[in-house]
Write a protein that binds this ligand. Sequence first.
Ligand SMILES: NC(=O)C1=CN([C@@H]2O[C@H](COP(=O)(O)OP(=O)(O)OC[C@H]3O[C@@H](n4cnc5c(N)ncnc54)[C@H](O)[C@@H]3O)[C@@H](O)[C@H]2O)C=CC1
Ligand SMILES: O=C(O)[C@@H]1CCC=N1
Length: 273
Amino acid sequence: MTIGDISLVLVGAGKMGGAMLSGWLDMGLNPANVTVIDPGLPQEMNQLAEQKGFRFIATPYGIVCPDVVVVAVKPQVMDKVLPTLKSLVGASTVVISVAAGTPVSAFKAHLGEEALVVRAMPNTPAQVGRGMTAAFASHGVTASMRTLTAALLSSMGMFVWVESEGQIDAVTAISGSGPAYVFHMVEAMASAGEALGLDAETAGILARQTIVGAGELLHQSALPAATLRKNVTSPGGTTAAALNVLMAEQGGLGALMEKATAAARDRSIELSK
Ligand SMILES: NC(=O)C1=CN([C@@H]2O[C@H](COP(=O)(O)OP(=O)(O)OC[C@H]3O[C@@H](n4cnc5c(N)ncnc54)[C@H](O)[C@@H]3O)[C@@H](O)[C@H]2O)C=CC1
Ligand SMILES: O=C(O)[C@@H]1CCC=N1
């Protein structure tokens, strides 16, 4: 089965669901085989539905046993949403959840023990085909369903399987939330540029384009990040002066990143209770 043949129901077409759907449609998902369920469909998705011609509805009705149901609602509304999906999930439907924190057991509690559930953690660069997604397949998900899931999730960037559900909390902390850390880096660099005397617009352009360029270089180069960093760093030069601060053992970015990602991981665990 190719992505063009899949019948897919997307439940929740907000920032993450919408990003994935845009990516999949660009990669050849047939809009005629897509139904979006969202009672508060965002304006951009309304426009996309008009342009592409997929069906959208506010509550599940008239859908029977699609190949894939992708659940992309907030974990906080999951207990309300999952009971409404029981009637549309069939014996050969794979349910892919991208929700942070909601465990496989919550899906099985609402959809039945036999439900075939994959917990995936994508990120918003999926929208431009540069996503990073990791997923865990629960007991009963067949080899062909794993192939189908991998085809769908790898169509929006890189994809890896993890072998235990617990690892999804760490994945969430690194690649799921990670784009926000990078966007914040742009904000922090722009503010720092202003503090050094640049006007706000120029500082914003410099910061944004620096991250865009560094990201593209990482993408195109086979060299490790450490080598790319060293290539910028002249001994005794300006970069070394900044890195002495950023790479300090006490109070450097490494320690801060460990603290930040541990907070994200802990929140992911907390959401699953
Ligand atoms: N935003 C991100 O970068 C990422 C988000 N996620 C996960 O994706 C999920 C959605 O997050 P966002 O897209 O950021 O939130 P969002 O608030 O942008 O989207 C949620 C969507 O669910 C819809 N919704 C609410 N109740 C519904 C119902 N009863 N039936 C169907 N749709 C309903 C809302 O109208 C909204 O469009 C969360 O579980 C989050 O953990 C995972 C990875 C990255
Ligand atoms: O902030 C969140 O909870 C979601 C999960 C990963 C990215 N956004």
